[in-house]
Design a protein around this ligand. Structure first.
Ligand code: CO
Ligand code: ZN
Length: 327
C-alpha cells in the first residue's frame, strides 16, 4: 500500500493535465479490469462486470497546482491557482513543471504577512528576461508543489494524498474484487479540484443506478481545529453531508451495513466547507443516489497532507464488503 501511494503521489497531474497519472493507473489496473476506456474529457473508466445495479465508484486523478499567467521583463513568472491553493502554503516551496523545470515561489515586499495574496507572489526559474523565461515555461503551463513522501509508521505524510489516496483505494478494490454483486464502473475522474467537472460528464455517460466517490476529508482532531467529529485513525468516514451534497440514505445505509457486517470501524462525516465528486454525480440526469467514503486527512491542500494507513486499508475492505457481501 505504501509503495503504491508513494508512486501515485509522485506523478505530475494538476487539473486538465492528467495524462501521466492516467497512464500510471492504467498500468496498475490493466490485468484486473474487464475493460478500460478513456472518455472524451479524459476520465479513465474501468469495468468489472457483475449482475445487478450499475455502481459507479469515483476518485479524482487530478491534484491542485498553479498556472502561469504572465512573465515580467526580468524573467519572473506570475501565476494563479488551479484549485484551492493558499499563498501561505507556497512560502519556501519549490514548484515543478511537466517539462522538468524547477522553480521557487517568491514574494514581493509585504509589510503585513496577512496581506499575502497569490498576486503578490511570483515564480523564479532563474531566467534573466521575459523571452528566456517564456522559452522555458510558456503562459498556461501548470506547476505542482514539492513531491515528498514520508513513511511515519501508521501514518504517511505526502503531497497530493487528495486524491491519490482515493485512487489507491479504488485500484486495490479492482485488484481484490472476485464476484461483485453489482455491475462495477470504476471512474478515475479529471478536473475535480476546479469544480467536480469530470465526474459530471462521466456520470452522464454511464447513467449509474448508484454512486460512491472516494476522497479525502478534513479532521477535527488537531489543536484548536474547526469543530468536526472525524479523527485520524478511527476508520474511514461515511459522508453524511458536505457543501456539495446530502448523501442518499440508501447509499449511506449500504456503506454502514457493510462496515457493521465486517466489524470495520467507521466514522460519520459532516464537512461544513468543501465538496467532492459526489456533488456533481448525484445531480446527473434525473438524479443518482450517491454517497462518499472519505479518508480522514490532516492539512489537506498543503504539500504535507497526513493520513492513516489503517483508515485507508479499512476503506478498501468496506467497499469490497459492500460490493461482494451478502446480508
Ligand atoms: Co482537493
Ligand atoms: Zn479531493
Amino acid at each position: 500500500m505504501k509503495v503504491l501511494l508513494e508512486e501515485l503521489t509522485k506523478v505530475f497531474g494538476p487539473s486538465g493535465n492528467e495524462d501521466r497519472i492516467r497512464a500510471k493507473i492504467i498500468d496498475e489496473i490493466r490485468p484486473y479490469a474487464d475493460s478500460i476506456t478513456v472518455d472524451k474529457l479524459g476520465n479513465l473508466i474501468a469495468t468489472k462486470t457483475g449482475p445487478g445495479e450499475k455502481l459507479m465508484l469515483a476518485a479524482h486523478m487530478d491534484e491542485i497546482g498553479v498556472i502561469v499567467t504572465n512573465a515580467d521583463e526580468k524573467g519572473f513568472l506570475r501565476f494563479s491557482n488551479v484549485g484551492g491553493v493558499s499563498p501561505f502554503t507556497l512560502i519556501g516551496q519549490r514548484v515543478f513543471f511537466a517539462n522538468g523545470i524547477t522553480g521557487v515561489f517568491g514574494m514581493e515586499k509585504i509589510d503585513d504577512i496577512k496581506d499575502l495574496k497569490l498576486n503578490k507572489m511570483f515564480i523564479d526559474i532563474g531566467a534573466k528576461s521575459k523571452e528566456k523565461a517564456l522559452e522555458k515555461i510558456n503562459i498556461g503551463e501548470m506547476g505542482v508543489y514539492n513531491r515528498q513522501f514520508s513513511d511515519a509508521g501508521d501514518h504517511i505524510i505526502s503531497n497530493s494524498l487528495d486524491d491519490r489516496a482515493g485512487c489507491a483505494v479504488l485500484i486495490k478494490v479492482l485488484k481484490e474484487l472476485k464476484a461483485p454483486n453489482y455491475n462495477i464502473f470504476v471512474v478515475f475522474t479529471v478536473q475535480e479540484e476546479v469544480g467536480l467537472r469530470g465526474a459530471k460528464t462521466s456520470a452522464y455517460g454511464l447513467e449509474p443506478d448508484l454512486a460512491i466517490a472516494v476522497d479525502v476529508t478534513d479532521t477535527g482532531d488537531t489543536p484548536e481545529a474547526s469543530e468536526m467529529a472525524v479523527e485520524l485513525g478511527k476508520g474511514p468516514a461515511i459522508k453524511i453531508k458536505d457543501s456539495s451534497v446530502i448523501c442518499h440514505p440508501k447509499v449511506k445505509k449500504a456503506l454502514i451495513d457493510a462496515a457493521e457486517r465486517r466489524n470495520i470501524p467507521f466514522q460519520l462525516e459532516v464537512l461544513e466547507k468543501g465538496g467532492t465528486d459526489t456533488g456533481s454525480i448525484h445531480l446527473t440526469r434525473s438524479g443518482v443516489p450517491s454517497g462518499a467514503l472519505s479518508i480522514p486527512t490532516r492539512y489537506i491542500h498543503t504539500p504535507t497532507e497526513m493520513a492513516n494507513l489503517n483508515d485507508i486499508e479499512q476503506g478498501i475492505q468496506l467497499l469490497i464488503e459492500l460490493i461482494e457481501g451478502r446480508e
